[in-house]
Design a protein around this ligand. Structure first.
Ligand SMILES: NC(=O)c1ccc[n+]([C@@H]2O[C@H](COP(=O)([O-])OP(=O)(O)OC[C@H]3O[C@@H](n4cnc5c(N)ncnc54)[C@H](OP(=O)(O)O)[C@@H]3O)[C@@H](O)[C@H]2O)c1
Length: 286
């Protein structure tokens, strides 16, 4: 398969470089600025193109690695005659192929979202981590399995998801990445109230945070769970709630503790968690 890119930014350059290291022919880059296209082309041993339709003609697969708001606009401007038989992909986590490539199958073409579950922050180094990253794919049924197998054949982990659930899928990715940032910041602020400066608080939590993240990723949340909620230590939970000053922060503690209780109950069905559940739900001090 020959692969071309419209959008020579972080994801386009990274995927192109990864594909080229796997023996896939990269046909080239078209981008808003010719400078970006030239940089990506030089990095991937391909060509910068001044014409998106010409690049599509040269390619079997065309990635539209432009910002989410541009994907459908770029698609709508492509020559539908030249699109026949082509595979178009985008890499948005929040948009489905159906939303971005309306009517693509009527053009005799195929559309997919191919999303790397990862933050790609550097155009020129991120390709080295691609094989550790999980991709999800959804789109035109006719060649979906072929696309998944193609990604697998070049060393990428790829799973098919339901396109109608793309927003829910993206919300899950946000919880696993961005929401963790909020929890880290919350703990950091609490440590500041205990007398640690911001930098010390960050350093103090580093090994706890990283060790926990690694353990969860290795064995899953149920086996990795520890702490007062799992132990059913209602006295400690009550003291925590009494020590946390703002109602919003207590609410956050309660909601997350309720989710932890669900895991604890599944892990230890023989245990009675009703006393701690009562404390968490109502914040009643013992
Ligand atoms: N970065 C991430 O962490 C990440 C992770 C997963 C998925 N994604 C998805 O990957 C896609 C690309 O994101 P990115 O982070 O690579 O963005 P980016 O670094 O900002 O790159 C976007 C590129 O698209 C080009 N572009 C913008 N509008 C265009 C247009 N109308 N026609 C042609 N080229 C245009 C830009 O042009 P110039 O440089 O030429 O000005 C830029 O090179 C998005 O759908 C995003 O949701 C990103």
């Amino acid at each position: 398969m020959k692969v071309g890119f419209i959008g020579a930014g972080k994801v386009g350059t990274t995927l192109g470089k990864y594909f080229s290291t796997r023996g896939i022919e990269v046909t080239g880059y078209f981008s808003r600025s010719i400078q970006s296209a030239k940089e990506a082309a030089s990095f991937t041993g391909s060509r910068a193109s001044g014409n998106a339709d010409a690049l599509m003609e040269l390619s079997d697969v065309l990635f539209l690695t432009v910002p989410d708001g541009e994907i459908q606009k770029v698609y709508s401007r492509l020559d539908k005659e030249k699109m026949k038989g082509k595979i178009l992909c985008h890499s948005s986590g929040s948009l489905s192929a159906g939303e971005t490539f309306p009517g693509i199958e009527e053009q005799g073409a195929y559309g997919y979202s191919v999303h790397p579950l990862s933050a790609v922050s550097d155009r020129f180094t991120a390709y080295r981590e691609m094989q550790d990253i999980f991709f999800t794919i959804e789109g035109s049924e006719a060649r979906l399995d072929e696309m998944r197998k193609w990604l697998k054949s070049i060393g990428l982990h790829a799973a098919v998801i339901d396109g109608s659930k793309k927003t829910l899928y993206h919300a899950a990715a946000v919880i696993a990445s961005n929401h963790v940032v909020a929890l880290f910041a919350e703990a950091q602020e609490m440590l500041a109230s205990c007398g640690l400066d911001e930098g010390t608080a960050k350093d103090a939590m580093a090994s706890l945070f990283l060790g926990n993240a690694r353990h969860i990723a290795e064995v899953g949340p149920t086996a990795a769970l520890t702490g007062p909620i799992e132990r059913g230590d209602s006295g400690t939970a009550a003291k925590h709630l009494a020590a946390i000053e703002s109602e919003d922060d207590r609410e956050l503690y309660r909601l997350i503790s309720m989710r932890l209780l669900k895991i604890a109950k599944a892990k230890h069905p023989e245990r009675d968690y009703s006393p701690i559940e009562k404390i968490i739900k109502r914040g009643i001090p013992t």
